[in-house]
Design a protein around this ligand. Structure first.
Ligand code: KIV
Length: 262
């Protein structure tokens, strides 16, 4: 996978898959998988560090995780999230952040939102850095949006979203993440753009889908938004294995002779 394949895949009518990845050991597993792209999302602030929103991620934290993922999956196209406000402090700080993420091993950066940053995104693209846009529910704006809610539910908001999507495509984005928008809205945006849309909670008509790895693996069985499919019972699998180890240890049947040095 390289950046040129995004548009080619759309033209060929072939869907794109993306999952989040935050660390070396899961990157090694994903490196051997068929998934097309990895996203070092700022959701790592919540999933890996227990914060209540992505607002708590910063450039150093993102770069640390991108370095680990790049070491584990050097063969994959890695998208690194520009964290909260890192693209909103002017050109030089933005480019410093882009540099940090790319030098950490990202193949592209993802920037949330459109308003006030189209020129900046065009500049990043002109500088030789692929940019993935992100519209709909943009979690870094959770405080302004009043929570993690489905966006563009009415016609006016859907029109604004379509217009923003066009602006990001014109600015040179190689793909666009659409998060938590009605299916029909994502469908019409997908039909209007030459670049692929990658949906999360945006229905089946986008050009690709992205999920948070831990969510799709069922690591938190209580987190089950409508759009999520659990592909494994990760929580049960891990706690079951650890309990088995505990029982074997306490019962004196681990380690066996074969598992011991002579
Ligand atoms: O940070 C993230 O995981 C994301 C996805 C939800 C698209 O941006």
């Amino acid at each position: 996978m390289n950046v040129l394949e995004f548009k080619a895949r759309k033209q060929a009518g072939r869907k794109l898959s993306m999952v989040t990845c935050y660390d070396f050991w899961s990157a090694q597993i994903l490196a051997e998988s068929d998934v097309d792209t990895l996203l070092v999302g700022d959701s790592l602030a919540m999933v890996m560090h227990g914060f209540d929103s992505t607002v708590h991620a910063d450039v150093d934290l993102m770069a640390l995780h991108i370095r680990a993922v790049a070491r584990g999956a050097p063969n994959k196209f890695i998208v690194g999230d520009m964290p909260f406000l890192s693209a909103r402090k002017g050109l030089v700080p933005t480019m410093d952040a882009v540099q940090a993420l790319m030098q950490a091993g990202a193949s592209a950066v993802k920037i949330e939102g459109e308003a006030g940053q189209v020129e900046l995104i065009a500049h990043v693209v002109e500088s030789g850095v692929p940019v993935v846009g992100h519209l709909g529910l943009t979690p870094q704006s959770v405080h302004a949006l009043g929570g993690h809610k489905v966006q563009a539910r009415d016609d006016a908001a859907a029109r604004v979203l379509l217009e923003s999507s066009r602006k990001l495509a014109d600015a040179g984005c190689c793909a666009l993440v659409l998060e938590c928008v009605p299916s029909a809205v994502a469908h019409s945006i997908t039909a209007a753009l030459e670049i692929p849309t990658i949906g999360i909670g945006a229905g089946p008509h986008t050009d690709g889908q992205v999920l948070v790895l831990q969510d799709m693996l069922g690591m938190n069985p209580n987190f089950k938004p409508k759009f999520l499919r659990h592909y494994a019972n990760g929580f049960e699998m891990i706690s079951g294995a650890v309990n088995e180890f505990h029982a074997d240890t306490c019962g004196g049947c681990f380690p066996s002779a074969a598992e011991s040095y002579r």
